[in-house]
Design a protein around this ligand. Structure first.
Ligand code: GDP
Length: 204
């Protein structure tokens, strides 16, 4: 898929106020500082569509972007920021679960994982939650430029082996680097072919 247009639509703190039409939607989420904003900018060929955050935990909103006038890219707040209070963590959980459980247009989540860190319980718990809620997801490994090819291979292999301890099947996964522009085509083609499948199903 080629990016022809990418525009900011709206930011919300409530799922009820998200765009009302039925375009397929893909939500990006991960721990603060995982490289989500950089990835969104890399995928969409824009310098600052998503604001790269100097202050993690500040952007507590659901941000909708419309891509090629045909699908929504959703930038969700980063989770697991150590310095937020317990009450705001609770509020965050409610806000995110409302989004995932109520948003009918959501086709797939992308859970971002920083390839430099060993598997983090918070990411694994979040994937567990998605699985239990019946929400399809894919994993995007970020910052692959930080490792050599062999180390990437080993990391992904170990990560998948870990997942197979609890999952029967592996989710789709992608290795990316925003600074080296790795993985753009793979992720966009995945979204493109999923959109085609949805269109076919809707036409039947
Ligand atoms: P967010 O908080 O998840 O939106 O993360 P940002 O996109 O703001 O990035 C967090 C930090 O990771 C920044 O210092 C980025 O420069 C850095 N970063 C993001 N993507 C990459 C990448 O692909 N490679 C490397 N080496 N650093 C990255």
């Amino acid at each position: 898929m080629k990016i022809k247009s990418a525009e900011f639509v709206v930011s919300n703190s409530e799922v009820e106020k998200c765009p009302k039409n039925n375009l397929p939607e893909y939500a990006f989420i991960g721990r603060s500082n995982v490289g989500k904003s950089s990835l969104i900018n890399m995928l969409t060929d824009r310098k600052s569509l998503a604001k790269t955050s100097g202050r993690p935990g500040k952007t507590q909103l659901i941000n909708h972007f419309i891509i090629n006038d045909t699908w929504y890219l959703v930038d969700l707040p980063g989770y697991g920021y150590a310095r937020v209070s317990k009450s705001s963590k609770k509020k965050f959980q409610k806000f995110i679960t409302n989004y995932f459980e109520q948003r009918q247009q959501l086709v797939s989540a992308f859970v971002l994982v920083d390839i430099r860190h060993k598997p983090q319980p918070i990411d694994l718990e979040f994937m567990q939650y998605l699985g239990e809620s019946g929400i399809p997801f894919a994993i995007i490994f970020t910052k692959a430029d930080k490792l050599k090819p062999k180390a990437i291979e080993n990391y992904v292999e170990d990560y998948c082996e870990g997942l197979l301890q609890t999952w029967e099947e592996l989710p789709p996964y992608f290795v990316t680097s925003s600074s080296k522009k790795i993985g753009q085509e793979d992720v966009l083609n995945f979204i493109g072919s999923t959109n085609d499948e949805i269109e076919q199903l809707r036409a039947e």
